[in-house]
Design a protein around this ligand. Structure first.
Ligand code: AMP
Length: 205
């Protein structure tokens, strides 16, 4: 089964995709995570992507598509994957349709004001990529690998605003795209993590 998690930054795509990946036993492919790993490793792709990411803009379609295509050709993806943060433009969605059949698109719905509030408390593990919220966190380290958590550069309030503008302009049109394809599942993403996750499971039945 191939699933897409769609929604604005901070809607909970990463959190729920991580959990669903464990439940379904299929890989969680986060293009944001893959790009950050490239930046950390100082690859050519990382160098090209860094400026866009730090400014809250989208990395050019072709760079992300090539990176994703390479990842999805690997053996562990043969029984399906969970896409998180991809596609983010109609062009990416059209190209994805040429090489993967998507079964469901989970569209996490949340108002901009709630996102801004949520992003203020977001912390991430620079080593394994787990995300946390300060309201649910005891201590300052990753519960999974013990690394000191950080605030992502692009989670700073000015950049979050820029990312929301980009989301509404470039990514929101995907809602109509997948609605027309009959595979869109809208899920209210305001609520507890467990409550939202249950709604997602319900939407997939
Ligand atoms: P994320 O971790 O999904 O919030 O992504 C962080 C940043 O990586 C985004 O703000 C974009 O700059 C970049 N990015 C991630 N996925 C994509 C994508 N599918 N297309 C273009 N840029 C992306």
């Amino acid at each position: 089964m191939n699933l897409i998690f769609l929604g604005p930054p901070g809607a909970g795509k990463g959190t729920h995709a991580q959990r669903m990946s464990i439940d379904l036993g299929i890989p969680h492919l986060s293009t944001g995570e893959m790009l950050r790993a490239n930046i950390k490793a100082e690859t050519e792709l990382g160098k090209q992507a860094k400026g866009f990411i730090d400014a809250g803009e989208l990395v050019p379609d072709q760079l992300v598509i090539d990176m994703l295509r390479e990842r999805i050709s690997q053996d562990d993806c043969k029984n399906g994957v969970i896409f998180d943060g991809f596609p983010r433009t109609v062009t990416q969605a059209q190209v994805l349709d040429t090489f993967v059949k998507i079964d469901h698109v989970i569209n996490l719905e949340i108002p901009d004001e709630a996102i801004i509030d949520r992003m203020k408390g977001r912390r991430v593990c620079p080593k394994c990529g787990m995300t946390y919220h300060t309201s649910l966190l005891q201590g300052t380290t990753c519960t999974s690998c013990g690394t000191e958590l950080i605030i992502r550069e692009d989670d700073r309030p000015e950049t979050v605003q820029a990312r929301l503008v980009v989301y509404h302009e470039k990514t929101q049109p995907l809602i109509d795209y997948y609605q027309a394809a009959g595979i869109l599942r809208n899920v209210d993403s305001v609520g507890t993590i467990d409550g939202v996750y249950e709604n997602i499971q319900g939407a997939l039945k």
